[in-house]
Design a protein around this ligand. Structure first.
Ligand SMILES: Cc1cc2nc3c(=O)[nH]c(=O)nc-3n(C[C@H](O)[C@H](O)[C@H](O)COP(=O)(O)OP(=O)(O)OC[C@H]3O[C@@H](n4cnc5c(N)ncnc54)[C@H](O)[C@@H]3O)c2cc1C
Length: 462
C-alpha cells in the first residue's frame, strides 16, 4: 500500500513534487516543533488546483488519509500526524492572481502568506483586515480553514466575513469552483461557509476571492490602565460610542502578562507603570491622522477626569504604534517563559470575563505542577487567551487544566474555541458548546462529503 500510493503520486506529479523517506527528516508538523522530524508517508507539493485534484483522486481510490499543510501555526494539534498520512503542502501555491481595486477584491492561491496579502492590498491603497501575530508564516488557506480571528475582528469580523469566493477540491478529487467577486449572493446554500473553519476535514481549499476595504488614512492607539474589570467594560462602551465606528481593536492584558511582555528577556519596555490590574491596548482606524489623534486624546482626558481609566499612554508617532503593537503581538515572549505550554482561546459574555479569569487563574495556580498562567485577549469579542506553563506534561494534568477552564463555559453559554478551532486538542470538549443534535449534523455532513474519512482523520469529530 505504502509503495503503491508513493508510486501513483510520483507518476502523477513527477519526482520533484513528492518528498519521502530521508527527505522528510527536515520537515515537521508545527513551527514550534521543528526539532521533531515529520512522521508521514510522503509530502506532495502541488502547484495547481488540477494537481491537488489528481492527488486526492489517487488517495481516495487507495483509501489513503491526507492532511493539508499551510503555515503550520495552528494551536490545536490539527496538523499532527500518525505516520500513515500523505501530506499536501500548499507552499508552492503562492500566486496572487489579481488585485481588483474597483471590486475591492483579491484572488489568490491558498498558499499565499497572510502578510503578503496585506502588503499587496496596501500597495493599491486597500486593506485586508485580517491580522494576527503569525501573519508572516500563516497562509491564507490555513486562515480560511481555521476561520482565524485576530486583532481587528471587532470591526471587520472573522475570516468568514472576508471571503467572497472559494475553490475547493473534495475528497474524491471533484473541483468545486465559485470564485465570484460579488458581495451578495443568495442563490441557495452558501457552500463556501462549509469549508471555512472546517480545518481541512471537508475539502482542500486551493483558491480564494478575498474582500478588501479602503485603506484607513489614520491609525491611532493608546494603552490605558484599570484596577476594576467593570471599568474596562464601561470604558469599552464609552470609547466605542465616542469614536463613532472607528474603534478597530480593544485588547486586554492582565498585569502579570503585561509585566512579562515588557521586561527582560522581552525586548519591549512598558508604556505604563506596573501598578494596575488591567491594561487595554486600543486602536482606531480613521480618515485624518491629526484630527483623529486629537479626538482620541480628548476622549482619554474625559475618561481620566471621570475615573473611568487610571492612566493612559497615547502613541504619538509611527514608532510608538509599532512599539505598542509589538508588545501585544509578540506572544512568543510568553510561550518562551513556559515549559510544556498549554493554550486556550475561550469565548464568553464580556461582562463575565473579569470574574471568570480570576476564578480560573486561582484554580489553575493551585495545581502544584503549574508554574505560569498568562491571560490576555480580544476582549471586545468576548475572547480570552490563556497560556499555561507547567513542570510536566502528563495527560492527567492536561485534562485537569482543561476541565478547570472548559467545564464552566457550558452553563454560561461560552465556547471552547473562539478562533483557534478544535483540531485534536479540544475534541473531547466539543459537547460543552454544541448540542447532541448539532454534533450529529456535523457527523452527517462529514460522512456525506468524505465517506471514506480520508481528510484530516480524527480532527474535530471522530
Ligand atoms: C504567534 C501566533 C499567534 C496567533 N494568533 C492568532 C490569532 O490572533 N487569531 C487566530 O485565529 N489564530 C491565531 N493563531 C493560530 C494560527 O495562526 C491560525 O490558526 C492560522 O489561521 C493557521 O494558519 P496556517 O497556515 O498556519 O495553517 P496550518 O496550521 O498549517 O493548518 C491549520 C488547519 O487548516 C488546515 N489547512 C491548511 N491549509 C489548508 C487548505 N488550503 N485547505 C484545507 N485545509 C487547510 C490544516 O490541515 C489544519 O487543519 C496564532 C498562532 C501563532 C503561532
Amino acid at each position: 500500500m505504502h509503495n503503491s500510493i508513493l508510486s501513483s503520486l510520483t507518476t502523477l506529479l513527477g519526482k520533484d513534487k513528492i518528498l519521502s523517506g530521508d527527505e522528510l527528516k527536515q520537515r515537521y508538523h508545527h513551527i514550534w516543533h521543528m526539532d521533531k522530524p515529520l512522521k508521514a508517508k510522503a509530502i506532495a507539493l502541488p502547484r495547481t488546483t488540477d494537481e491537488v485534484a489528481s492527488i486526492l483522486k489517487a488517495c481516495h481510490t487507495q483509501n489513503q488519509s491526507v492532511i493539508v499543510y499551510g503555515g503550520l501555526t495552528n494551536l490545536v494539534g490539527s496538523t499532527e500526524t500518525t505516520g500513515n498520512e500523505v501530506i499536501i503542502s500548499m507552499e508552492k501555491m503562492t500566486s496572487i492572481e489579481e488585485v481588483d481595486d474597483q471590486s475591492r477584491t483579491m484572488t489568490v492561491q491558498a498558499g499565499v502568506l497572510l502578510e503578503n496579502i496585506q502588503n499587496a492590498a496596501k500597495a493599491k491603497d486597500l486593506l485586508f483586515p485580517l491580522n494576527f501575530g503569525a501573519k508572516g508564516t500563516a497562509q491564507i488557506g490555513g486562515a480560511i480553514s481555521t476561520n482565524a480571528g485576530g486583532l481587528q475582528v471587532f470591526r471587520f469580523g472573522m475570516t468568514r466575513n472576508l471571503v467572497l469566493g472559494l475553490e475547493v477540491v473534495l475528497a474524491d478529487g471533484t473541483i468545486i469552483s465559485s470564485l465570484k467577486k460579488i458581495i451578495k449572493d443568495n442563490s441557495g446554500y452558501d457552500l463556501k461557509q462549509l469549508f471555512i473553519g472546517s480545518e481541512g476535514t471537508l475539502g482542500v481549499i486551493t483558491k480564494a476571492v478575498l474582500k478588501l476595504v479602503e485603506a484607513p488614512k489614520s491609525r491611532n492607539s493608546a494603552f490605558v490602565a484599570f484596577n476594576e474589570y467593570d471599568k474596562v467594560v464601561a470604558f469599552l462602551k464609552f470609547i466605542d460610542s465616542g469614536l463613532a465606528g472607528t474603534l478597530s481593536g480593544f485588547e486586554v492584558i492582565w498585569n502579570n502578562t503585561f509585566q512579562t511582555m515588557t521586561s527582560p528577556p522581552a525586548a519591549m519596555k512598558p508604556p505604563l507603570p506596573y501598578d494596575y490590574n488591567y491594561y487595554v491596548l486600543l486602536e482606531s482606524l480613521g480618515s485624518d491622522q491629526k484630527r483623529d489623534q486629537q479626538k482620541l486624546q480628548e476622549l482619554l482626558e474625559i475618561a481620566l477626569e471621570n475615573n473611568l481609566i487610571l492612566d493612559a499612554a497615547l502613541a504619538h508617532t509611527k514608532s510608538d504604534l509599532d512599539w505598542f503593537w509589538q508588545i501585544r503581538e509578540d506572544v512568543h515572549v510568553l510561550v518562551a517563559q513556559c515549559n510544556n505550554d498549554q493554550h486556550f482561546d475561550i469565548s464568553l459574555p464580556i461582562p463575565l470575563i473579569g470574574n471568570m479569569v480570576e476564578q480560573i487563574s486561582e484554580e489553575v495556580k493551585d495545581l502544584p505542577e503549574v508554574e505560569k498562567i498568562f491571560a490576555f485577549g480580544h476582549i471586545a469579542d468576548g475572547n480570552i487567551h490563556f497560556i499555561v506553563g507547567k513542570s510536566e506534561e502528563s495527560p492527567a494534568l492536561i485534562k485537569q487544566i482543561n476541565d478547570i477552564i472548559y467545564l464552566p463555559l457550558q452553563s454560561i453559554g461560552g465556547s471552547v474555541s473562539a478562533e483557534h478551532g478544535i483540531g485534536l486538542h479540544k475534541k473531547k470538549y466539543l459537547p460543552i458548546c454544541r448540542t447532541p443534535a448539532e454534533l450529529q449534523l456535523m457527523k452527517n455532513l462529514k460522512q456525506m462529503m468524505d465517506p471514506k474519512g480520508i481528510l484530516n482523520p480524527g480532527k474535530i469529530i471522530s
